[in-house]
Write a protein that binds this ligand. Structure first.
Ligand code: AKG
Length: 272
C-alpha cells in the first residue's frame, strides 16, 4: 500500500470536498429511500447496510453505495445514467460529480500501471494496455459514529480481489494495514490517495507485488467517509504474468485464470 501525490492533486482536492458533501446527501436520505436502491445478491451496484452475516465477531458498521464504471467509452456517461435511473433527477448533478471522479481515477490508475510495469522491468505500456478496456467499481463508504468502537469494525480484514484500489479517506481516519505482524493506522491526508495492490495484480506480477490485508476501524464521536475505486481487467481477459518477461517462472508455476463467471463471487467479496 502506498500514498500517491501528483501535481494535479490540488484540483482533485477541491472535488474531494464536493464528493464527500454529495456522498453525505445520499446517506442522509430516509432509510426506505436508500433501501429502494438496495444492492441485489450477486449484483455490484446499489446501497447496502450492515453485512453482519459475514462475520462472527466485530460486526461491520457501515453503509455503502456502489456503482460500475467502464472507462472505454466516456461518450456514454454510465455513472450519470445510473444515478438518474435509480435516484431520479435530483441526483443527476451528483452523478456528474462521480462520473468525473471515476474518469480521473481511471486515468490515474493507468499511470500507476505504467509505474508498476517500469518497477517490474516489464514493457512500460504492458499493463496500461491490459487495463485500458477494464471495468471498475466505485464504492462510497459511510461509517456512522459508534460508541462501542472496541467491539466493532467498520470494514473487516480483507484483501481486495481486484487488481488495484485507489482510496481516499476523510480527515477522521480509520484505515489500517497489516504489516510486520501488526495493524498500522494510515494517517489521513486531504491531498493523498492510498493505492492498494489487489489479488489479481498479485497474480499478474507472479507474486512480486503482494495484495495487502487491510481493514477500517470506526470512530466513537465522528462519522467517517471513504471513496474507493477498484480497478479490474476486462472479464474476458486471461490473467497471467506478461509472456517473455522476467515475471515468468517455470510454466507450471505461472498463475493463469479467467475472470468470466467471477462477478458474483467478486460482488460478494467486495462487500467485506
Ligand atoms: O474505508 C476504508 O478506509 C477501507 C474501505 C475498504 O477497504 C473497502 O471498502 O473495501
Amino acid at each position: 500500500m502506498a500514498s500517491f501525490r501528483s501535481p494535479t492533486m490540488e484540483s482533485i482536492q477541491v472535488s474531494f470536498v464536493l464528493l464527500m458533501k454529495r456522498l453525505i446527501r445520499f446517506f442522509k436520505l430516509p432509510l426506505d429511500r436508500k433501501l429502494s436502491v438496495r444492492r441485489k445478491p450477486g449484483d455490484v451496484s446499489g446501497y447496502s447496510g450492515a453485512h453482519a452475516h459475514r462475520y462472527s465477531s466485530k460486526l461491520p458498521w457501515k453503509e455503502t453505495f456502489s456503482f460500475c464504471y467502464h472507462g472505454d467509452d466516456d461518450s456514454v456517461p454510465l455513472v450519470v445514467d445510473y444515478f438518474k435511473s435509480v435516484l431520479g433527477k435530483d441526483f443527476e448533478h451528483t452523478g456528474w460529480v462521480y462520473q468525473s471522479y471515476c474518469e480521473a481515477m481511471k486515468k490515474v490508475s493507468l499511470v500507476i500501471f505504467e509505474l508498476l510495469a517500469i518497477s517490474l522491468g516489464v514493457d512500460r505500456l504492458n499493463f496500461r494496455k491490459f487495463f485500458e478496456d477494464g471495468s471498475s467499481i466505485m464504492r462510497c463508504n459511510y461509517y456512522p459514529p459508534c460508541n462501542n468502537s472496541a467491539l466493532t469494525l467498520g470494514t473487516g480484514p480483507h484483501c481486495d480481489p481486484t487488481s488495484l484500489t485507489i482510496l481516499h479517506q476523510d480527515q477522521v481516519g480509520g484505515l489500517q494495514v497489516f504489516a510486520d505482524n501488526k495493524w498500522l493506522a494510515i494517517r489521513p491526508r486531504p491531498d493523498a490517495l492510498v493505492v492498494n495492490i489487489g489479488d489479481t495484480f498479485m497474480a499478474l506480477s507472479n507474486g512480486r507485488y503482494r495484495s495487502c490485508l487491510h481493514r477500517a476501524v470506526v470512530n466513537r464521536e465522528s462519522e467517517r467517509r471513504s471513496l474507493v475505486f477498484f480497478v479490474s481487467p476486462n472479464e474476458e481477459k486471461v490473467v497471467r504474468p506478461p509472456t517473455r518477461s522476467c515475471l515468468q517462472g517455470r510454466a507450471e508455476d505461472v498463475p493463469r485464470f479467467h475472470l468470466v463467471g467471477f462477478v458474483g463471487v467478486y460482488a460478494e467479496a467486495l462487500q467485506s
